[in-house]
Design a protein around this ligand. Sequence first.
Ligand code: MOS
Length: 694
Amino acid sequence: MPDTVSALGSPAERREGPAKVTGTARYAAEHTPEGCAYAWPVPATVARGRVTAVDDSAALALPGVVGVLTHENAPRLTDPDDAMLAVLQDARVPHRGWYVALVVADTLETAREAAAAVRISYAEEPHDVELRTDHPEAYVPQDEDGTSGEHLRGEADNAFAAAPVRVDALYRVPPLHNHPMEPHAATAVWQDGRLTVHDSSQGSSTVRDTLAALFELPKDRITVVSEHVGGGFGSKGTPRPHVVLAAMAARATGRPVKLVLPRRQLPTVVGHRSPTLQRVRLAAETDGTLISVVHEVTAHTSRIKEFMETGAAATRIVYPSPHSRTTHRVVPLDVPTPSWMRAPGEAPGMYALESAMDELAVALDLDPVELRLRNDTDTEPDSGKPFSSRHLAECLREGARRFGWSERDPRPRSHSEGAVLIGTGMAAATYPALASPSRASAHAHPDGSFEIRVNATDIGTGARTVLAQVAADALGVPLDRVRIEIGDSDLPSAPLAGGSSGTASWGWAVHAAGTELAENLEQRRGQPLPPEGVSASVDTKGTADADSDYSRHAFGAHFAEVGVDTVSGEVRVRRLLGVYAAGHILNPRTARSQFIGAMTMGLGMALTEGSTMDAAFGDFAECDLAAYHVPAHADVPAIEAYWIDEDDPHLNPMGSKGIGEIGIVGTAAAIGNAVRHATGVRLRELPLTPDRIL
Ligand code: MOS
């Protein structure tokens, strides 16, 4: 076989790269069907209550206004599983910013002006948006697999009390917003009983299925296209209100309707990372061996939907200890509904745990890398299952070597340049290796080319490219012979790009379809292909972790160097280095991009990103990219990402683990630990802005 066959593992360039950089790649809002109208939503201005009257006369009087939808006249929806999607169905206002009307007009400008002219009257009720650990309505949520609840091992509290070395600390992570570069947008056409939607989504099969249920339309009468998506970070993981509103408006007006959510509305209606209050207690022997680990996470959710930011999930699998208690508690408040944001649970949870581990290292007078090495394990502490592979120790050692950790003087304030205190810190990372069932088909054309069809979504990750590599590998053909079709719900249905599981799920099906097709072709060897070619289709059953005999997780280690300006209070990250063990890396070019992108997001979480729940108004104060500062180039040093190739036979045919999220896990702790090393001061609330530093 020719060399080009080994496409998997090569740094293939993104297939859609030229289309993106030349502006020919079209996103959801860049489709303008004939006769397209434009919608603009009207958010509620009270934090809790009911709409008592809608006066749309001024709006309707504007030339070019097609209509105003409210709970009084909007199409009725079948009760959604996700209460976030029950838009314009009743008068209730569960949180500020909840949509109470939608204006449709001939132009975007008219829609916007008319939305401002809609007068809504409310019966206002008192609201409560303040997250407290002692809130009387706090409870332990219970999901099906028990992740969001409480896990107990041994006598965690008694063992803590009796231990020789202890750390007991409370960490706070503020609300965080996904803010993908491309805002949520949908263009909907409802014609001849068929609904076609271009939606900015992480998974259009789910959008199609949800719209089918909401509007009671057969699935084969709906097509949802998500060809190019400008990021999502979880906020486009499941359908969001915009796509329901666009479809509703198209049905109600008989016109194609385009709806792009304004940036300032995104924090309220597309989900956010819930703030967390996290108390961590660690107890150890004097040699650093952990005796007891207690992690209590309190998060908020809305009144309409339970969502738990599962901050203690990673604590159950990282370090062994004979005693442990990990508890999730959620408080329903009059706040917008939180949802997934990159590494939901693990990102804030490992900030707290890995900060506490650093505090423990200080209490023990032990090197923090060494502390983690002394608490390594081959079996998952909570389930007792063996890890399918775990190379955390290798990541720690390799990271320490590359970073030059052995040069470090452990004393705080030991290094400075003028008014700038320099410090270094580190933290461990982990994220589960997940996969879901997917379908895919492979087709051989008589001209020698191949076509792969799977409704995967490329949210900027390089999914197209990697799936083509997987297919070429399974087929045993050069990469340039493989075409790939993704991003359309008419293709074989597939799970979302989320949970770092896209490549594993879709790739599994693509690999299986490619392998089956290659076998078919092998049997036909010597015969010409029929004019229509030869096909193979598969439906995989990705095994859920609960069904596996192995605990499957990726691991990593983050190292950071910071400079803390003692005059301005500004923290600058000078170096950031990550080493990961995430199975086989299928494409080093796109993988590196995933790792450093997530590390950058972790840098933002540590230093600049954070939102304030305004107690008086009951809404987030930071609603644009000026107030909510996502790291810009000037904030980001040369980030280095490396990996240790793992040969793990218990994952999927490619031997890969997910790589989209682990880069944000622990990064903020590494930076916070570096700030403590630089200054000698331990700060336990993110972000580490100058006002907190000084
Ligand atoms: Mo991600 S938060 O798994 O889309």
